[in-house]
Design a protein around this ligand. Structure first.
Ligand SMILES: [Zn+2]
Length: 170
């Protein structure tokens, strides 16, 4: 059986145990809006929308799982993607009984620490049953996050990214 991730942190000297997990409470484009636009919109734990001069924008909270070589649990990122209005409505309509064969196109809507700008990477959203958040598959590209997602990362790199995310050492 694969091991549990744990390391002695170079930043704070503590032992951090368990595979790293970081979450964003809102999509970056929402946070970039003026207060009035945010107030007229909606931000929940799984859904977000707002309207600006370009029209309406729709987001859902999803999970990105990056495998860590030799470790049981993946490196988890709780992030947001933007969907078309049709797909957003479909996700809302099937929220309590997701159609797990549905696939939605989503634009990646958070900038992860450590990585080069991850905004607007292309993703495919896979809804899951039992009120688990959907997971995303990143489109294959040369972006380091997409490469890590498809190839997995070593323990050393996982530690570096976790330290950057926890302590802002990116
Ligand atoms: Zn630390």
């Amino acid at each position: 059986m694969a091991a549990i991730f744990s390391f002695k942190c170079a930043s704070c000297d503590d032992i951090h145990e368990g595979s790293p997990s970081f979450a964003f409470h809102a999509p970056d484009p929402f946070l970039a809006q003026p207060e009035a636009v945010q107030a007229a919109g909606h931000l929940g734990s799984d859904l977000c929308r707002y309207e600006d001069a370009d029209g309406s924008h729709f987001f859902i909270r999803v999970l990105l799982e990056v495998p860590i070589h030799g470790i049981e649990d993946p490196f988890l990122w709780g992030v947001w993607v933007s969907l078309s209005e049709t797909n957003y409505q479909r996700y809302v309509d099937t929220y309590d009984a997701p159609a797990t064969s549905d696939r939605y196109f989503g634009w990646f809507c958070n900038r992860l620490p450590w990585y080069p700008d991850s905004l607007n990477l292309k993703t495919e959203v896979h809804p899951r049953a039992n009120h688990q958040r959907p997971f995303i598959v990143l489109e294959e590209s040369g972006h380091p996050l997409a490469v890590d997602y498809h190839q997995g990362i070593g323990v050393q790199r996982a530690q570096e990214i976790a330290e950057a995310a926890m302590h802002g050492t990116a």
